[in-house]
Design a binder for this molecule. Structure first.
Ligand SMILES: Nc1ncnc2c1ncn2[C@@H]1O[C@H](COP(=O)(O)OP(=O)(O)OP(=O)(O)O)[C@@H](O)[C@H]1O
Ligand SMILES: O=C(O)C1=C[C@@H](O)[C@@H](O)[C@H](O)C1
Ligand SMILES: [Mg+2]
Length: 159
């Protein structure tokens, strides 16, 4: 969360002449509910299943850049769907993540203690993000433009 998926993803998509699609937005559009409502009413497991379906649909129909929800790769089925695709891990440390997300964030998994929750999520998830990513890029203290340029250069080198 706050790693820069929307900002950097948009810059990368523009440079490639493609569009950015966002699976959080797809889930909300498909269900007509907010992610917070889905978490509260149905729980995280139900959200992950909706998210997996949204990722499958997007990968099948969207020839462009896809922004995944911050916890999408926790789901083994979603991880399987990503195999064979370029997957970029936007690394962000605790301090920059808190600054970007804001201490008042109402995201369901950050409720209560934003800083503490981000730290716990980064500790739990970093190994998973690293295992799924085909490219890992540092974002701390860098502009989104700089991060996007690094991604485009790396993608061009492996194309
Ligand atoms: N490299 C960067 N340096 C500084 N600020 C950044 C950088 N990338 C993004 N930001 C800023 O951080 C905030 C969050 O960025 P963004 O919305 O792109 O993140 P995200 O990963 O899409 O977050 P979300 O979890 O809400 O989907 C925005 O205010 C954005 O302008
Ligand atoms: O990190 C997470 O688990 C989440 C991140 C958001 O993108 C949303 O998908 C949702 O709030 C869960
Ligand atoms: Mg976003």
């Amino acid at each position: 969360m706050g790693a820069g998926k929307t900002t950097v993803g948009g810059l990368v998509a523009d440079a490639l002449g493609r569009r950015l699609r966002d699976t959080d937005q797809d889930v909300e559009a498909l269900t007509g509910r907010t992610i917070s409502e889905i978490f509260v009413d149905d729980g995280e497991a139900a959200f992950r299943a909706l998210e997996r379906a949204a990722v499958a649909e997007a990968l099948a129909t969207h020839d462009g850049v896809l922004s995944l929800g911050g916890g999408a790769v926790l789901d083994p089925g979603t991880r399987d769907l990503l195999a064979g695709h370029d997957v970029v891990f936007l690394r962000v440390g605790l301090s920059d993540a808190v600054k970007r997300v804001g201490l008042g964030s109402s995201r369901p998994l950050l409720l209560g203690n934003v800083r503490g929750r981000i730290k716990a999520l980064l500790d739990e998830r970093t190994p998973i993000y690293e295992s799924v990513a085909t490219l890992s890029v540092e974002t701390d203290g860098r502009t989104a433009e700089d991060v996007a340029t690094e991604i485009l250069t790396a993608l061009a080198a492996t194309a």
